[in-house]
Design a protein around this ligand. Structure first.
Ligand code: SF4
Length: 423
């Protein structure tokens, strides 16, 4: 079946055609746009001039699956640290491209620290805070000149928390002259979109090719983000970076981000995503990468890791074994992926089910590549395991999790190895 047939069946709109932006790091390339798989990116929250901490976190984010990692470049010390961060990552075999996030003083840092400008693979420029009046144009031009000099792509990232006030005033004045003025929300949308597109067009006039530009217009409310990006996508062909800014903590941040981004992705809008979660105390920064991957995978856009289908459990589940098995199985699969994705191509599409009792357990398990159905209250303490719809064996006793992981590994080795690829 052709992929566009799958899109018709599943309801996912074809991806909006955008310019393809190539982000380079050494021999590695990451393509954003032009139909390339939607890129997952993330951002560090370490002080960039703390080289060791930043290297450690970039490494963790990359290992979790972040395909680009952004770090703030806010001071001369941070700019001076960037080449060392790059060197240490390279020495550790981590070739994830680094994106420099610039605000206010980016024109100074990029011009005064050429080694930083060279070590970064992409720059983020916020047109809302590059300067006022004539200085704004000059500072913006300085940054674009550096991007042209080193052949680096840029993201022109507009954020409603740091809007270009002069442009906002202009849009407000124009709106006031309309016969039927927009509500204030419409003015805000128009200012965001205009700021992004006018800045991008200006960068093109300054010599930066359109296929070196990614746009974003971030807001913090779901419906605002959907409205803004639909219009932005209608009005231009620049590659688009999606993200709900200041999404929030914990489940609220995840739900809001997914609610907004899934609508846009379903409509074919978006070439790269970042989930801007506020980590809960003690929570790993890598959570935002996991959420981004799971969003893309559960919507059918990409596959990263075999995902576990599990029932919610209910009064028929007799112990915590069911929750523990679902969690340990998903963790096991994710932990194996760095090795498995090299050795067992296609394993990321494997489906695994962990079910709590006989009601839906055997049925759901049969739909997965591998499924396990635990006994509910009053059921025989036998644990059937299914492979590709057929009952494979029955597990008993302790260490059900280890027994199940052994079966999963054997399935992976026999179904996704090199032998299968060369058959
Ligand atoms: S499969 Fe069984 S344990 Fe799971 S939710 Fe359904 S009835 Fe409850």
């Amino acid at each position: 079946m052709k992929s566009n047939s799958i899109a018709l069946v599943s309801g996912i709109a074809p991806r909006k055609k955008t310019f393809g932006v190539i982000v380079r790091q050494g021999k590695k390339t990451v393509v954003i746009g032009n139909g390339a798989p939607v890129v997952v990116q993330s951002m560090t929250n370490t002080a960039t001039d703390d080289v060791d901490s930043t290297v450690r976190q970039v490494f963790e984010l990359a290992k979790a699956g972040s395909e680009l990692v952004r770090l703030t470049v806010n001071t001369p010390e941070a700019a001076a640290a960037v080449p060392s961060i790059r060197e240490k990552l390279d020495a550790a075999g981590c070739d994830v491209p680094l994106v420099g996030d610039f605000h206010y003083n980016g024109h100074l840092l990029l011009t005064q620290f050429p080694e930083c400008a060279k070590a970064l693979s992409k720059y983020r420029i916020n047109p809302g805070n590059v300067g006022q009046g004539a200085k704004k144009d000059a500072h913006f031009a300085d940054m674009i000149a550096v991007a042209c000099q080193y052949d680096k792509p840029v993201r022109i990232g507009v954020n409603w928390g740091s809007m270009d006030q002069a442009l906002l005033e202009r849009i407000r004045d124009e709106n006031a002259k309309r016969d039927d003025p927009w509500p204030i929300q419409g003015v805000m949308y128009e200012a965001l979109i205009t700021s992004a597109i006018e800045s991008a067009d200006r960068a093109v006039e300054l010599g930066l090719p359109a296929d070196h530009i990614v746009l974003s217009c971030k807001v913090s409310q779901v419906q605002d983000l959907i409205a803004v990006y639909r219009e932005l996508s209608n009005r231009c062909s620049y590659a688009l970076h999606l993200g709900l800014t200041e999404a929030g903590v914990g489940s609220k941040g995840i739900v809001a981000s997914v609610a907004a981004l899934s609508v846009l992705l379903q409509e074919g809008i978006g070439d790269t995503i970042r989930i801007s979660l506020t980590p809960e105390p003690g929570e790993a920064r890598t959570r935002e990468v996991v959420v981004a991957q799971e969003l893309l995978q559960t919507t059918g856009l990409r596959n990263f890791v075999p995902l576990v289908t599990s029932c919610p459990g209910c009064g028929r589940t007799s112990s915590s074994l069911f929750q523990e098995l679902a969690t340990s199985t998903q963790n096991y699969l994710r932990n194996q992926m760095p090795e498995w994705k090299e050795r067992y191509p296609g394993v990321e599409t494997m489906s695994v089910a962990v079910m709590g009792c006989i009601v839906n357990g055997p049925g759901e398990s049969r739909h997965a590549n591998i499924g396990i159905s635990l006994p509910g209250n009053g059921e025989s303490p036998a644990v059937p395991v299914f492979e590709d719809g057929q009952k494979k064996k029955t597990l008993r006793g302790d260490n059900i999790d280890k027994q199940f992981q052994k079966i999963i590994l054997e399935y992976v080795q026999s179904h996704y190895g090199v032998k299968e690829l060369t058959d």
